[in-house]
Design a protein around this ligand. Structure first.
Ligand code: HEM
Length: 218
């Protein structure tokens, strides 16, 4: 750690290896090269749905918390978008067709377990939403090109209509991370939880990837 390194810098640096591992799972590499069927993409959207249900439920419970509350922004909420995407991908009866995988159940259990620890919640919040606002925007372009959905339903998860400037939003988000008053022990615990959050995400993607032979096109 250097004297000028902020908490947001530390968090990114300490998790970037785990980011690379998540980004380069076999499944995401195949998705990013347009080789995953619509059904295979739908499986990831379904798994996102269960994770975000837990994350956003935890967020609502912490909305007035002095530490975690400032991170809980309604403009980030993904559940309505995920519901629209799932309806496009699976049809109106999508709720009967999707189920959490084993890895998602483990991830959700961890989110629920840390839901009363504001720092832990922030670690999970950061790992997902800052990712959706960053690499998620790259995924969006590929997904639009691959599946050519008739409307935005199918990729709404990656669209944040209420946030006019994603870049500025991320700058403000990092400012909030840097404004947390953390001692070294707390800072390290949050970083460790973010590493875990990446690992849960990677495991979810690895589990979907096991079905790639079914999902690969061309
Ligand atoms: C195809 C997959 C992915 C691509 C291409 C990608 C790409 C990127 C890029 C280019 C950035 C840097 C943006 C910037 O510096 O502003 C970034 C940041 C980030 N990504 Fe990803 N990513 C992918 C998958 C993921 C996944 C699966 C997660 C989480 C589970 C994730 C979480 C994050 C987070 C938290 C950041 C913010 C890091 C920070 O600035 O502190 N990404 N991603």
């Amino acid at each position: 750690m250097t004297a000028t390194e902020t908490f947001a810098d530390r968090l990114k640096k300490a998790t970037w290896n785990d980011h690379e591992a998540a980004e380069h799972t076999t499944y995401l590499d195949a998705l990013m090269s347009g080789r995953v069927s619509r059904e295979g993409y739908g499986e990831m959207v379904a798994q996102h749905y269960f994770a975000y249900m837990a994350l956003e439920q935890a967020g609502r419970a912490l909305a007035d918390d002095p530490i975690a509350g400032p991170f809980v922004s309604p403009e980030l909420e993904r559940i309505p978008s995920l519901e629209a995407d799932l309806e496009e991908l699976y049809g109106k009866d999508w709720r009967d067709k999707v189920a959490p995988s084993k890895s998602t159940l483990t991830y959700v259990a961890r989110i629920n377990q840390i839901a009363d620890w504001p720092g832990g919640f922030i670690a999970h919040h950061y790992t997902r939403y800052l990712g959706d606002l960053s690499g998620g925007q790259v995924i969006r372009k590929i997904v639009e090109r691959t599946y050519k959905f008739p409307t935005s339903a199918g990729v709404q998860f990656y669209i944040f209509p209420v946030i006019s400037d994603l870049r500025q939003f991320k700058v403000d988000y990092r400012d909030k991370l840097n404004a947390l008053e953390l001692d070294e022990v707390q800072a390290k615990r949050i970083i460790a939880e973010a590493v875990l959050a990446y690992q849960f995400n990677t495991e979810v993607l690895v589990e979907i990837g096991k079905r790639l032979p079914e999902y690969l096109v061309a």
